[in-house]
Design a protein around this ligand. Structure first.
Ligand code: UDP
Length: 253
């Protein structure tokens, strides 16, 4: 039975109408997809973990003055967030070469980049999210120059924050993707971080062992995805280490 009106269903989340104007509810599903949804599986517990992990990162960003959509977690799978107008550009920040950059430019995976590199991809699944330049974004009206400048600045602030958080728990932040939305305060528009920040949209490598703790575990069949995300959540202190009594994941209140 639907409790509220669905606005949109994506690959990993459902968006419902929020309790008051200007808010929506994000529901995290257990679905994992890769390669533009050609590969799909249901990973039990993933939604619960990503709800909690995204809350952790967004709360931290809010606390240091980087504006995000996050208002509060509602339950195990849902969070209340500000409704935004999503800019149809995925913003990727890379610190270390991997994935599509390594393929496209022939740079060996794991090579540290001389500086963080910010890229834009046009959000369109039917086109496979092609990489675009600022010229495309401006010419086709997806964003203006001042929006793009602010998006780069926000993305680099997220990069500095997340890199530090990850380093503190023995993990290298290789790259990540964020989405940014517009909100309107009267006549003024502001850009804020939206969507989610979770291991679904980051590459995270253990500094000592190189073990992957992100969605590449699913993409490359490296093991159980929920175990990798649980390890990340445990290191972050979002979940207690399992006592071994086999009763399944427990979240810290
Ligand atoms: N990414 C994402 N959603 C996408 C494409 C990429 O979250 O639709 C993330 C991905 O998890 C990685 C970063 O963005 O952390 C860079 O991805 P890349 O361009 O290397 O693409 P991939 O190799 O994952 O296809």
């Amino acid at each position: 039975m639907a409790r509220r009106k669905m606005i949109y269903e994506g690959k990993a989340k459902i968006i419902y109408e929020g309790p008051e104007p200007g808010t929506v509810v994000q529901y995290f599903k257990d679905d994992a997809t890769a390669f533009n949804a050609e590969k799909h599986a249901v990973v039990e517990g993933k939604g619960v973990l990503n709800n909690r992990l995204s809350e952790h990162f967004m709360t931290g960003l809010n606390a240091i003055g980087v504006p995000t959509h996050f208002i509060r977690r509602l339950n195990m799978r849902e969070q209340l967030v500000r409704q935004v107008e999503i800019i149809p550009l995925e913003v990727v920040v890379r610190n270390i070469a991997a994935g599509s950059m390594s393929k496209r430019l022939g740079i060996e995976e794991g090579t540290a980049l001389p500086r963080p590199i910010v890229e834009f991809y046009y959000k369109d699944d039917s086109l496979g999210d092609p990489m675009v330049t600022e010229e495309h974004a401006i010419a086709f009206g997806w964003a203006q120059q001042h929006d793009l400048d602010e998006m780069v600045s926000l993305a680099l602030r997220v990069n500095d924050f997340l890199s530090g958080v990850m380093f503190g728990i023995g993990i290298k932040l290789v790259d990540f993707k964020i989405e940014i939305g517009r909100i309107y305060d009267g006549d003024f528009q502001r850009l804020i971080i939206a969507d989610e920040i979770s291991p679904d949209s980051c590459r995270l490598w253990d500094i000592e062992t190189g073990e992957k703790l992100d969605k590449d575990v699913f993409r490359q069949d490296l093991g159980n995805l929920a175990d990798a995300y649980t390890e990340l959540a445990t290191r972050l202190g979002v979940m207690p280490r399992k006592s071994g009594n086999g009763t399944g994941p427990k979240l810290v209140p």
